[in-house]
Design a protein around this ligand. Structure first.
Ligand code: RB5
Length: 143
């Protein structure tokens, strides 16, 4: 599985550690930046990640910024993106089971790295429930 990943400066340290952890598990990681802790603007990396998920050049995406909200707001401007903000294991499970989130967003400044690992592992290994949730997802796009 090929996973696109991005962060701003606030998520850079966790992104670096998460790429290493996921590569060790055999995932192919595509890093959309940022590449240092120098202050930058999250849309500059969120839009390219969103386009890669929409174009299926990656299978899914992971994004981190300080609160996760800037990333989620930007990613969800794209019609093909369902970016879910998760700050614990159960929400990581539910954004897949109920929302079929194709991008996982986490708030790097508000959770421990161990939590990032647990949330990511849960989200990657949880299936979409379908059924009534598919009907709801179908109603999300603005015509
Ligand atoms: C950066 O200071 C911070 O605003 C950013 O990481 C993020 O939390 C925005 O939503």
């Amino acid at each position: 599985m090929k996973i696109g990943i991005c962060s701003d400066h606030a998520g850079f340290a966790y992104k670096t550690r998460l790429i290493e952890a996921l590569e060790q598990k055999g995932y192919e990681m595509v890093d959309f930046g940022t590449h240092s802790e120098e202050s930058m603007d999250y849309p500059d990396v969120a839009h390219p990640l969103a386009e890669a998920v929409e174009n299926a050049t990656v299978d899914c995406g992971i994004a981190m910024c300080g609160t996760g909200n800037g990333m989620a707001m930007t990613l969800n401007k794209h019609q093909g993106i369902r970016a879910g903000l998760a700050w614990d294991r159960e929400i990581g499970e539910l954004i897949r089971r109920h929302n079929n989130a194709n991008v996982l967003v986490m708030p790097a400044r508000f959770i421990a790295f161990e939590e990032v690992l647990v949330i990511t592992d849960t989200w990657l290994n949880t299936p979409f429930d379908g059924g009534r949730h598919q009907k709801r997802i179908d109603k999300i796009p603005v015509k």
